[in-house]
Design a protein around this ligand. Sequence first.
Ligand code: THU
Length: 136
Amino acid sequence: MQIDWEPLVQAAHKVREHAYAPFSKFRVGAALLTADGRIFTGCNIENRTYGLTLCAERCAIAAWVAAGSPGHPQALVVHADLSPPARPCGLCRETLAEFTKDLPILLTNPKGERDLVTLKEIFPQPFEWTGPAHGR
Ligand code: THU
């Protein structure tokens, strides 16, 4: 499938402005494209306990799941002010792997740098146990 990255990049830029990051001041935006053509966005949401911080990628996944998980994840853009562009953290990689075997991920920053990776590349060995009650 040919990914039209530009609307996703724009969506990640826009949602990054909504980040709640008073502690780190490091704002992150994520935009998830699903097979039905919809875009689900997320930003990081920090917490004074620090440990409760929600990353932008998991926020986007949460928005998609809360909408009923329509369409399979097709592509993800992550936008943050880091050079080279920021990679998703381990928690986010594991969360993405829960819902997709592989996913093209475009990492961008305000300088216009872009790195295209795949989930498989950056997270080759997910936890694979599915559990006795897996499925919906
Ligand atoms: N953050 C993300 O939103 N995504 C990641 O993959 C890594 C880190 C956020 C969490 C925290 O609010 C800030 O970036 C600094 O770690």
